[in-house]
Every structure is written in C-alpha cells, then in structure tokens.
Ligand binder design. Structure first.
Ligand SMILES: [Zn+2]
Length: 140
C-alpha cells in the first residue's frame, strides 16, 4: 500500500531506533492509553492524508487526528488535519497546526455540537490528545 510505504519511510528517517522500540512495545501504556488504541489513532492520522488531501502520500505527508480520551480509553475523534502549506501558502499550517485550527473551528461553531466560547475551547485542548504521523514539531 503506497501510504504505508510513505509513512514507514518517513518514520524510519526521523525516529531514533531506541524511541521506535519503546513506541512499538505493545505492553506500554502511555497516559493510560493502550498500544492498540494508540495504533488505531495513528492509522487514522495516516488515513487523514488521503481523506483530506486526496492523496495518501502528498508533499509534506503529515496527517494528524485530535482525540478526546476523557470519557473512555478508546477515545473519540474531534477533528483531523493535514499539512496545508502548499494549498494555502501559509507556512505555519503544518499537519498539527492545521488539525488544531480545524478543532478550534469545530469546538467554537455556534451551530455545532460543542458551541464553546474561545476561552472554553482553549481550556478543552488540555484534555485532548494529538496523534501525528511524524515527530511533533516545536510549534505544537
Ligand atoms: Zn509541525
């Protein structure tokens, strides 16, 4: 599958071997989240590329999902995002930043499910988990 090859190549290039071993430990809980749950959300972060950009391996193939794990370990998807540098001309819209922008719009939509104020949305991010298919950059 082309997207798997692309993401694997990217991860291999940037993840130090020791970190890759730790992240692949199927018994390791991170913040109370099991490996199968983390793997599920990482697969969805990869799938966001095809779903949003139309290509499983676009330029700057960084996909992100933002998940709420407060109600259950399995979590609930709040939003997705992919790198939007090329199609917007905005150099700050990395995959992570695009997902945060998308989540903010969803959380503060006056006709949406959450209908939060700006300050409520900012507070809500403290309870959300960001999954991205590349090492998070210092912008997040
Ligand atoms: Zn970034």
């Amino acid at each position: 599958m082309r997207s798997s090859v692309c993401v694997f190549a990217l991860l291999s290039a940037i993840l130090p071997a020791a970190l890759a071993v730790v992240l692949a430990d199927t018994n390791l809980m991170i913040n109370g989240i099991t490996f199968p749950t983390r793997a599920h959300w990482m697969r969805l972060a990869n799938e966001a590329l095809g779903e949003i950009s139309g290509s499983p391996c676009p330029f700057a193939a960084f996909g992100t999902v933002i998940v709420n794990h407060t109600a259950s370990e399995a979590g609930k998807l709040i939003c997705m995002g992919v790198n939007e540098n090329e199609n917007t001309g905005n150099p700050s819209l990395h995959g992570e930043m695009a997902a945060i922008k998308n989540c903010t719009a969803i959380l503060t939509d006056p006709h949406g499910k959450f209908r939060m104020s700006a300050s409520e949305a900012q507070d809500a991010f403290a309870d959300l988990t960001l999954y991205t298919n590349a090492e998070s950059c210092p912008m997040v």
